[in-house]
Write a protein that binds this ligand. Structure first.
Ligand code: HEC
Length: 121
């Protein structure tokens, strides 16, 4: 009888331990995921029209792939945020559409996609 309760207690303890641990491991990932989703959404709404899959339908050579970015001296997310806000060359800026942090969030997402060669969405 006693043994049975002890067994049950251990099961319960494990259950709580796992719940507790997964909360800690899972929660920050969730937050990250939502920022990534937001970046992706902002990109779809404001940039993908011309930069579908990281390309450029107007000026092919000025795309969002790492080789093109580097060639044009863009080598961090901050530079991309500035372009998103203020535009560059014949591309206009999207400051009003992007809102408070949108430029940075979309730039982080674009930079991340560039690192992954735009192959993992
Ligand atoms: C209406 C079409 C259009 C939209 C929408 C657009 N772009 Fe562009 N983008 C361009 C064109 C055209 C260029 C090349 C500009 C030039 O150098 O004359 C460019 C260039 C860029 C570059 C520089 C790329 C390089 O390799 O030099 C970045 C970065 C960029 N765009 C990011 C964005 C982001 C982020 C958004 C969304 C907020 C966006 N663009 C929306 C047309 C667009």
């Amino acid at each position: 009888m006693k043994k049975k309760y002890k067994f049950l207690f251990l099961k319960l303890r494990d259950f709580f331990l796992i719940t507790f641990l997964s909360f800690f491991f899972y929660f920050p990932k969730e937050l990250n995921a939502s920022e990534t989703d937001l970046g992706k959404r902002i990109f779809k709404n404001n940039c993908a029209g011309c930069h579908i899959n990281g390309g450029n339908i107007i000026r092919r050579s000025k795309n969002l792939k790492i080789s093109s970015l580097k060639r044009n001296g863009i080598d961090n997310a901050k530079d991309i945020a500035e372009i998103a806000r203020q535009g560059i060359g014949i591309m206009g800026g999207y400051k009003d559409e992007l809102g408070d942090n949108g430029d940075q969030i979309v730039a982080d997402w674009v930079w991340e996609q560039a690192q992954k060669a735009w192959i993992q969405e």
